[in-house]
Design a binder for this molecule. Structure first.
Ligand SMILES: [Zn+2]
Length: 506
């Protein structure tokens, strides 16, 4: 009976149910001074499974002493600026307005590109979200940023107390020294929030492909420098007295020259505007109508899907910001969308790795480690969502969060708990034999793996039922059976074939 209700439930009804079931989440009271400092570190392009290939003694210290999630589920598009800005604002790209690394603003006729220093440092592009450093500064907690997308800009009139103009050439050792020097500031001016960013794992992943030797060497180099930072923190506050969160902003997938879709084979590019290229193309109707663009592209290539802005899949939560394009084209994982003049002019090394596709692809998942007084040593959780990190950081810093679209809910069982937590992993055989379904069950959320895709669902507090849901997907458990709807497909009568407890410290 309950299945029928949810089969008729449309996408929006899912979010309503989540809101009803989760109900009021206790929000922190007034900001207080004295919360432990928080260091937020991003290792750009660190795919969730890189740990298996690299020696990472420093990150292992954090894993042994804190919480490790199976992976970090990001937002669409899985590109550096949108994902980093979602992690620090708790808003989806189509809500905070940083919808790509290259953007077009149709209202003000302005362009944004990563190479445009003026645009990167202009708060205009970021003001529809409030990053955690602005929240901190507003509530009397100084912030110090050694790089983060948006951190060079004055947002809502506020910059971090300490910040740096981005330069990828700054040696890693220098970044660490500066963070430690900031930690040596005494009194009220001592920062309570720090950010630190490393780009090299990403850039070598693009150049040589995921898991290439060069990528592994870059991981081990970054790990070495994080080790220096951890030693410095240990010598100051003590590692157990500081919150450290390590994330990456997306994963990496292999691409090759044979898998390019040339948009100009199907569209006269002089009659449209394309503001972003790659795994997804953001297309604007200029001399062609949306209908005309759709007619040309809809069945153009078997490895490309195309949507009008109102038809973009609900799970993408891309949002309704004016910078979301009229037409979105997305290639299959491993495929790219570009144009012939660009490809002909390209004389650099061939790219072997890319990111930017649907965040559900496991290859797009990043990492999440969290260490410090709120976390128990050895805790292990299913995949978490990056959109929820803003709420987590506000909680750790005892700040009142700004309006956002994240939930603290999945993190609560892992925060200030009496003991380390693990989770339950279960394998299911369903009526579609070509899919392997694995679920990771935590008290408040579920990591759902179907073949090469991974989603995060929230537990609904329905008495007597094990029920997990997101915008358009659900999983309902009864004894050793499961009913599952995901990505427009429905699996009825899945039978559990195995289960395993992922114990703390695993
Ligand atoms: Zn990135």
């Amino acid at each position: 009976m309950i299945y029928a209700v949810f089969q008729s439930c449309n996408a929006r009804c899912g979010w309503l149910l989540i809101a009803l079931a989760i109900g009021s989440i206790a929000s922190p009271g007034q900001a207080e001074t004295g919360s432990p400092p928080l260091v937020l570190i991003s290792i750009d392009g660190f795919r969730h499974d890189y740990f298996e290939a690299a020696e990472t003694p420093a990150l292992d210290r954090l894993i042994d002493g804190g919480l490790k999630a199976e992976s970090l589920y990001h937002v669409f598009p899985t590109k550096t600026f949108p994902t980093h800005y979602s992690a620090v604002t708790g808003r989806y790209p189509g809500s905070h307005g940083v919808v790509a690394n290259s953007m077009w603003d149709p209202r003000d006729h302005r362009r944004f590109s990563l190479r445009d220093r003026d645009a990167v440092g202009d708060g205009y592009w970021y003001r529809d979200g409030e990053p955690i450093w602005v929240t901190a500064e507003r509530q009397g907690v100084p912030a110090a940023t050694y790089f983060w997308p948006g951190s060079e800009a004055r947002i809502h009139g506020i910059r971090p107390s300490e910040w740096k103009l981005y330069s990828g050439a700054v040696p890693h050792a220098e970044r660490i020294e500066q963070i430690l020097a900031w930690m040596d500031i005494e009194g009220d001016e001592r920062p309570g929030l720090y950010t630190l960013y490393f780009s090299r794992v990403d850039s070598l992943g693009h150049r040589y492909g995921p898991l290439a030797d060069e990528v592994i060497e870059a991981i081990e180099d970054v790990d070495h420098h994080i080790g220096v930072l951890l030693d410095g923190i240990e010598a100051r506050d003590g590692l157990d007295q500081v919150h450290i969160i390590v994330i990456s902003d997306h994963g990496m997938s292999r691409i090759d020259a044979e898998r390019y879709i040339m948009l100009d084979d199907y569209l006269d590019l002089a009659r449209v505007r394309v503001s972003d290229w790659g795994p997804a193309a953001q297309i604007w109707a200029t001399d062609m109508s949306v209908d005309e663009i759709m007619a040309e592209l809809e069945h153009a290539h078997e490895h490309m899907r195309v949507w009008r802005r109102d038809d973009i899949p609900v799970r993408y939560r891309f949002g309704d910001h004016r910078r979301v394009p009229d037409v979105l084209a997305e290639a299959d994982l491993g495929w790219m969308i570009n144009n012939r003049p660009f490809m002909a002019a390209r004389d650099r090394f061939p790219l072997r790795g890319m990111h930017g596709w649907d965040p559900a692809w496991l290859e797009m998942h990043g990492i999440l480690l969290a260490h410090g007084p709120a976390f128990n040593a050895g805790s292990r959780s299913p995949s978490m969502r990056s959109i929820d990190l803003y709420e987590l950081m506000a909680r750790l810093l005892e700040l009142v969060p700004a309006d956002n679209e994240g939930l603290i809910h999945p993190f609560l069982p892992f925060l200030d708990a009496n003991q380390a937590r693990g989770f339950e992993r279960q394998w299911f055989e369903c009526n579609q034999p070509d899919s392997e379904v694995v679920v990771d069950i935590a008290p408040n959320h579920l990591g759902l793996h179907i073949d090469e895709m991974g989603l995060v669902l929230d537990r609904l507090a329905v008495p007597g039922l094990q029920f997990f849901i997101d915008a358009e997907n659900f999983a309902l458990f009864e004894d050793d059976r499961m009913v599952l709807r995901a990505e427009g497909r429905q699996w009825t009568d899945c039978k559990r074939t195995a289960h395993e407890t992922i114990a703390p410290g695993y």
